[in-house]
Design a protein around this ligand. Structure first.
Ligand code: OOG
Ligand code: MG
Length: 263
């Protein structure tokens, strides 16, 4: 047990320093092949605690990952993953994202949910999620796996807080009652050229279904979501790589656009 805990401390330090020093590292399971998903979430908890302390940040929500069947298939898994969003990860649409803080970033188009009430439980449904949602908005998530070449196992990516680093939320927030959140088309372009198209239906059939899954997972660990939390519901298409000088725009039917420029 103590041995396991010592390993956890070492892994937390390893991943924290990789992010802080903007440096890619070999994946954790190369050295610890026996780590379980449960242990990976414990490591994630420790990493998040360290991040909050050292950055003076606050937890402002949750993000889901691997919510599309295509991405799950690519990873050889049939489970989604969740991580946490911290206040220092939130970028403003009108200020460029600083690429010097990023290793090998990629952008993902996602729908952000803002909760109007607390949500916790183990039998939560997509309907419960929609009822608890105050509004939804277009978002871009920047993922920046700390692992070399973005290659990892399920356990590795969970421990690494699911590759989280930054996100931008568009300014148009609409009630989920006024739009079919399960069927939103999206076009993402880089420097004016279309790179990806997708639909919110790719996110486990409906983004609210994905969020219900995460709430039930959190519930099983005695955790939940709070009123005011932002939830990134998972990528609607493949992620695209970008670099300094690029501008990325994602246009969502009925939700409008969200953009991000990189310096
Ligand atoms: C894992 C994080 C994936 C999403 O929306 O699917 C993710 C990764 O691909 O690095 O955030
Ligand atoms: Mg994502």
């Amino acid at each position: 047990m103590t041995q396991v805990k010592n390993n956890h401390k070492e892994i937390i330090d390893y991943l924290y320093c990789a992010e802080r020093d903007v440096r890619e590292v070999t994946k954790v399971t190369d050295d610890y092949p026996a780590l379980t998903v449960q242990e990976a979430y414990e490591i994630q908890d420790g990493l998040l605690e360290r991040r909050l302390q050292e950055k003076g940040a606050k937890t402002i929500g949750v993000k889901l990952g691997l919510t599309s069947k295509a991405k799950q298939k690519m990873m050889g898994v049939d489970e989604a993953i969740y991580g946490y969003l911290h206040s220092d990860m939130l970028e403003l649409e009108w200020e460029p994202v600083d690429s010097s803080e990023l290793i090998h970033p990629k952008a993902e188009p996602e729908i952000a949910f803002m909760l109007g009430e607390d949500l916790q439980g183990v039998n939560v449904t997509a309907e419960d999620v929609l009822r608890a949602t105050k509004c939804v908005a277009p978002a871009l998530e920047v993922i920046d796996s700390r692992y070399k070449d973005f290659r990892f196992t399920l356990v590795d990516v969970i421990a690494d807080n699911c590759s989280s680093i930054k996100f931008v939320v568009g300014s148009k927030w609409v009630s989920p009652e006024t739009i079919d959140v399960g069927n939103i088309g999206m076009v993402m372009s880089k420097n004016g050229k279309v790179e990806q198209t997708g639909s919110s239906a790719a996110v486990l059939g409906h983004p609210a279904t994905a969020i219900a899954w995460a709430v039930n997972e959190l519930g099983a660990r005695g955790k939940g979501l709070k009123k005011g939390d932002i939830v990134l519901s998972g990528a609607m298409s493949e992620a695209i790589a970008f670099e300094a000088g690029d501008t990325i725009v994602a246009d969502f039917d009925g939700l409008g656009t969200v953009s991000m420029s990189i310096k």
